[in-house]
Design a protein around this ligand. Structure first.
Ligand code: ZN
Length: 446
């Protein structure tokens, strides 16, 4: 169904990347202070802020619901927490940082000696000034996270601890937005929504995808675009359990996480390894960045693990800047708003947009004058590039499309063979098509 007519008729207007980078950073800053976890009001408040940009559906799945091999847990909410010393002085306060409390801590209110308290304190000896991020989702426990410098200086004596939390029957909350294109074939974008105040590992992906969805509202696309914002692991498992009938529509998918720092980028291929998303992402990153890292699939990482489990085996990869767990700020209080920057968010968005261009526009051309080179000058194809600094590259791109356009190779194949960016090859194909020199191969894309 993908004829060149289709491809050419769509107005795929790109965002203004510089402006978008600043807006993504501003939205990430709004989301940053909220105490999120895998369930609870933090997720709802986060989705409410994102819904000011796109009218997404908010789903609530009750505690106890079976989802694949898992069960929706009780809902966790927290209002306050502190540690006070024997003199009644507050030495740790949840109000100062939501990282201070281990996520999913059961409620606690007691006085206990330092030796007992220490069993519930997490700190990082190698990074003594940072607060670590810790969770206890699947084991009933409680804990405080402190800078090691503070934890190791605690004096002997009794301490008052309070965690004013609740673990009760409720729901798991996730957000979903669908931008409808001409086709029901889908491009799935997803980010986890379960981390508290961590800017890169959470807020960057949520904010980038929200504003990408907002931009798409004004764009006519061939594919439909689905956005999923759900808690890590249990969220995609829940979504897959409830949407199994429709997953055949997913043609491409990308988990977007940690896209605001200046490292990388890092792309982890889908389990298939040679899906179009894998080829498109590799192509775009090679042309847009100096040293991108391309990794093969492994069953450890982010939510691609669920989409790429063998019973689904969807073409879903993972895009990050620095790879998770490899940078010192990872899962600490140093993953704050200073760690992410508008220009990095902008270049991450631009890379994703280039991949969308490939997903929308890739097709297999056929040279209608394959015997000898057709005369380009007579058709104004050289003239139109005269005096243009990019002229020689444009002419070269046309020669590649004509030469490789034997009806078996897609524009992405040709771009890779030519060592030129897809969008340059696409522009050449559009000019050649307009001049009647090429047509879409009837079979269309794979
Ligand atoms: Zn994380």
């Amino acid at each position: 169904m993908n004829t060149m007519q289709d491809a050419a008729s769509h107005e795929l207007i790109a965002p203004d990347f510089v402006r978008a980078g600043a807006r993504i950073h501003a939205l990430a800053a709004e989301l940053f202070p909220i105490c999120r976890s895998i369930t609870g009001d933090g997720v709802r408040v986060t989705l409410a802020l994102m819904r000011r940009h796109v009218d997404m559906a908010v789903h609530e799945v009750p505690t106890g619901t079976q989802v694949l091999d898992w069960t929706i847990p009780r809902e966790w909410n927290i209002r306050a927490a502190h540690i006070k010393d024997a003199s009644g002085r507050t030495i740790v306060d949840f109000a100062n940082s939501n990282l201070h409390v281990q996520s999913y801590s059961v409620p606690v209110r007691k006085t206990l000696p330092l030796a007992e308290l220490r069993k519930h304190i997490f700190s990082l000896p190698d990074q003594p000034d940072l607060i670590p991020y810790r969770t206890t989702y699947w084991a009933e426990s409680w804990g405080f996270c402190l800078p090691h410098r503070q934890a190791s200086a605690l004096a002997e004596g009794d301490y008052d601890v309070l965690i004013d939390s609740t673990l009760a029957d409720g729901a798991l909350t996730y957000g979903e937005y669908l931008h409808r294109g001409a086709s029901e074939d889908e491009f799935l974008f997803t980010a986890h929504i379960c981390h508290p105040s961590l800017a890169n590992d959470n807020c960057s992906g949520l904010a980038l995808l929200t504003l990408l969805a907002e931009h798409l509202k004004g764009v006519r696309t061939r594919l439909s675009y689905r956005f999923l914002f759900s808690p890590g692991t249990i969220g995609p498992i829940t979504w897959l359990a409830r949407n199994e009938a429709g997953i055949g529509r997913i043609r491409h998918g990308l988990v977007v996480s940690g896209v605001g720092d200046g490292g990388g980028p890092t792309y982890k291929r889908s389990r298939r390894g040679d899906a179009e998303i894998d080829r498109a992402m590799a192509h775009v990153l090679k042309h847009a960045f100096e040293r991108p890292t391309l990794m093969d699939f492994e069953p450890y990482g982010y939510d691609e693990r669920q989409f790429c489990s063998p019973g689904f085996d969807l073409p879903v990869g993972l895009l990050q800047r620095s790879r998770f767990a490899t940078f010192p700020q990872y899962h600490t209080s140093a993953d704050n708003l200073d760690f992410i920057a508008p220009e990095h968010l902008a270049s991450s968005l631009q890379a994703i947009w280039r991949v969308i261009e490939i997903a929308e526009r890739n097709y297999t051309p056929r040279n209608l004058f394959p015997k000898g080179e057709p005369q380009l000058g007579r058709r104004g194809l050289y003239a139109s590039t005269g005096g243009d600094k990019e002229g020689p590259a444009k002419a070269m791109a046309m020669l590649w499309v004509l030469n490789q356009g034997d009806g078996t190779r897609s524009l992405l194949d040709i771009a890779e063979r030519a060592g030129m960016p897809f969008h340059v090859i696409l522009a050449a194909a559009q000019a050649l098509s307009k001049a009647g020199l090429i047509a879409a191969q009837g079979a269309g894309r794979d």
